[in-house]
Design a protein around this ligand. Structure first.
Ligand SMILES: [Fe+2]
Length: 224
């Protein structure tokens, strides 16, 4: 990776996104969702970005399936573009991303895994790890995804977010884990990814759970 490499502008056009292959539509659309939920969970999040992120979670949840499989639906394309743009702006308001982007970056850099696919493949186990630190936020995101959480405990409602995410990933045909067979991740590269990439990544600061090196090793090993 080139240090400091970052875009300064983005071209977000509902007509252009119609041209993407189906798998890229699913992966990049999931990335917009990932910006939404990771920024919402982020330690640095503020009321500014939280309000937008919940809307992003709702909009992607409502539109990503249709966007992936029927991109002639202009409304789905437009809504996904809005969600992507809002997620980017709200990161600019101070919400960062976390462990999912952090470890996903390592997979993309070393094994050429498309960014959205990398994040999507590690979301469920990594957010399960984060869940005890902020169950209320997972519960709020489950509501944003359309779950009626009335009468549930905080943890029950929080678990519903994982159910919704599992269903979405399955509908998008995205597998979780199995990183060795799918992308070639080697056990002896795991410490390198964490030391050389994740530890230095801005994602470390924002993740809701504090950084513990061995936990990150274990999480990646469990996804081999
Ligand atoms: Fe991303």
């Amino acid at each position: 990776m080139v240090p400091g490499l970052a875009p300064t502008s983005a071209l977000i056009d509902p007509l252009l996104v119609r041209m993407m292959p189906q798998n890229y539509a699913a992966w990049t659309g999931f990335d917009a969702l990932c910006h939404g939920f990771e920024s919402y969970l982020c330690k640095m999040s503020s009321h500014y970005n939280s309000a937008m992120e919940l809307k992003v979670v709702k909009m992607v949840s409502d539109n990503l399936r249709e966007f992936t499989y029927n991109r002639m639906n202009h409304k789905a394309c437009e809504n996904m573009c809005w969600a992507e743009s809002m997620a980017g702006v709200s990161i600019g308001f101070g919400g960062g991303v976390g462990l999912v982007h952090g470890l996903g970056h390592g997979l993309s850099a070393l094994y050429d895994v498309p960014h959205g696919l990398a994040s999507a493949s590690v979301t469920l186990p990594l957010e399960r790890y984060n869940q005890p630190s902020c169950p209320q936020k997972f519960a709020e995101m489950a509501e944003a995804m359309g779950v009626d959480t009335k009468g549930m405990t905080k943890m029950q409602a929080s678990d519903k977010w994982f159910d919704e995410m599992e269903r979405l990933l399955s509908d998008l045909n995205i597998e979780t884990g199995n990183l060795k067979e799918r992308f070639g991740l080697e056990r002896n590269k795991i410490e390198y990814i964490i030391k050389m990439q994740y530890e230095k990544d801005f994602c470390v600061e924002g993740n809701p759970r504090n950084f513990v090196f061995q936990d990150c090793v274990n999480l990646l090993e469990d996804m081999l």
